[in-house]
Design a protein around this ligand. Sequence first.
Ligand code: UDP
Ligand code: MG
Length: 155
Amino acid sequence: MTEIQRTLVLLKPDALQRDLLGEIISRFEKKGMKIIGLKLIRLTEELLDEHYAHLSDKPFFGSLKQFMMQTPVVGMVLEGYNAVSEVRKLVGSTNPREADAGTIRADLSMNVPSNLIHASDSLESAAKELRRFFKDHELFSYKKITDMYHIGEGI
Ligand code: UDP
Ligand code: MG
């Protein structure tokens, strides 16, 4: 089904350290995703325990959390047709060396946990993650001239 969705993206500390924030944001802009929320976030252990709860029994859980707290991260909310799956498609597989060429992780990274980016993996987690990192007043609804291309007559 085609529908307008919102999804949560975090640009991880390696993206910030490696000066790739602009490049990554640019890929989403060029795709036609609308940025409706954008800010720096200082992650805490408490937030990460919640955000990565599905990994809490993994041996790398502690080092993943330390990595995510190395610098602030960029939090973004993107809106567009099927935003959750479209953004995951652009991001690529978790392991950058297994990700398809052309994806952000394959093109720009080599390793985990430093695979540059987090993106919600389902509509349900997108809704939860949006609330986890953004307040209502930090999300913006606005018209763009390109709406007629990206969200005009849909298929
Ligand atoms: N990760 C890791 N080692 C692993 C698997 C995951 O360091 O073997 C890190 C990696 O940064 C990944 C994050 O944990 O992006 C969250 O894992 P998840 O399985 O949710 O992958 P994602 O949804 O980010 O593709
Ligand atoms: Mg995940």
